[in-house]
Design a protein around this ligand. Sequence first.
Ligand SMILES: Cc1cc2nc3c(=O)[nH]c(=O)nc-3n(C[C@H](O)[C@H](O)[C@H](O)COP(=O)(O)OP(=O)(O)OC[C@H]3O[C@@H](n4cnc5c(N)ncnc54)[C@H](O)[C@@H]3O)c2cc1C
Length: 410
Amino acid sequence: MNWNDDAEQAAFRNRVSTFIEERLPDLYRRRIETGEEAALEGFFAWYADRQNPDEDVQAAASEWAGALAENGWVAPHWPEEYGGAGLTAMEQVIFNEEMARAQAPAVGGSGVALLGPTVLVHGTPEQKEKYVGDILSGKVAWAQGYSEPGAGSDLGSLQTRATLDGDEYVINGQKIWTSGAHHADSLFALVRTNPDAPKHRGISFMLIDDIHTPGLNIRPLINAAWKHGFNETFFEDVRVPATNVLGEVDRGWYVGMTLLDYERSNISGAVASRRELDDVFEYAASDEGSAKARNLPSVRAELADRYVETEVGFNFAFRIISMQAAGVIPNYEASTSKMFASELGQRIARTGIKLFGLYSNLWDPDAEYTPYGARFIQNYFHLIPSTIAGGSSEIQRNIIATRGLGLPRG
Ligand SMILES: Cc1cc2nc3c(=O)[nH]c(=O)nc-3n(C[C@H](O)[C@H](O)[C@H](O)COP(=O)(O)OP(=O)(O)OC[C@H]3O[C@@H](n4cnc5c(N)ncnc54)[C@H](O)[C@@H]3O)c2cc1C
């Protein structure tokens, strides 16, 4: 197996990295250089920037979206006829790898990553016309309302009810962990439209155009790293036109699952782990780093393990990509990659904390004795939910055991 780029792939990689080098707005460059944080993590960072009261931040967000849009790179995985770039699986990987390497923010959030492709598969011509353009231009940002207090891993148990009243559905219930909802304009949600049907057969996929529709209330949840990333979302008689169901009524489970099939390689996680390790090696070798490293001899072997594991993570990601490139839909292989990448991120943070001993407890990145800009301690907290979000490690292990290894269900 040759892991290197062929000539065409190398040329594409060069095109992407040159583009980022030339077009990434100064604001983002500054953030990367200084380690200054965006208001939110991941693809919600761009949502927040779009609405930032500081006009310079808003301008940078729209300048970057415009630059990406020139190449169809807001939605590299979408077909060209809908404004995407129609990239092959391998090109998407190269694109994602270069974006992650440069720490350039993705644009368009879950609208581009999740909802758009699902609308392209299940939407009516009117729905495609209505939603796709606004997602691509960044005019409308979407949040995902799947989980409920009693329905996470067992999502099919969801209870939020939508009852038909004339030509509208009336929604009552509660969602939770709704990431980025406080910066979003719209919400897609799974709701129960038929309480008498078997649990997976009475669910519909609802597009709620205005997240500020009367009766829809969003309350912040602060996570273990003191960040406001997700929310509780309450519905009290929220009225939505009946035409806003995506796909067939009561068949929303299958529409919802289409959405979960996108971006499963975790290549960005593998790139982030490699970058994190390269940075810590450099820091530990510097005068400041070696002066603060307390446990280097005992942690040295662990650092080597993390390095090897990071390369393993790349191979899991490449396995998914090679399957996608061959037109095969990854199954338990995606679970392996997700579980490994998220657990590796946590292990890297733990190793980093050990490296700096008690100094690692310092949270303020600018304090005199804080090692490595507090990155490890902050990552340690920030990454706690990574083995829960998007399907917990236990659920991934169940999938690997039953679908991958053919073990009986417990
Ligand atoms: C950072 C973050 C962002 C999120 N963003 C969103 C979002 O935007 N929109 C959205 O809809 N949801 C979101 N979620 C919710 C996420 O999908 C759920 O947290 C996840 O599916 C787990 O569900 P739960 O929290 O209800 O835990 P539960 O399902 O109650 O699980 C609790 C524990 O039991 C274990 N467990 C459950 N079932 C089994 C089983 N069958 N076998 C073995 N162990 C089991 C789990 O692994 C876990 O350890 C987010 C979550 C996080 C952490």
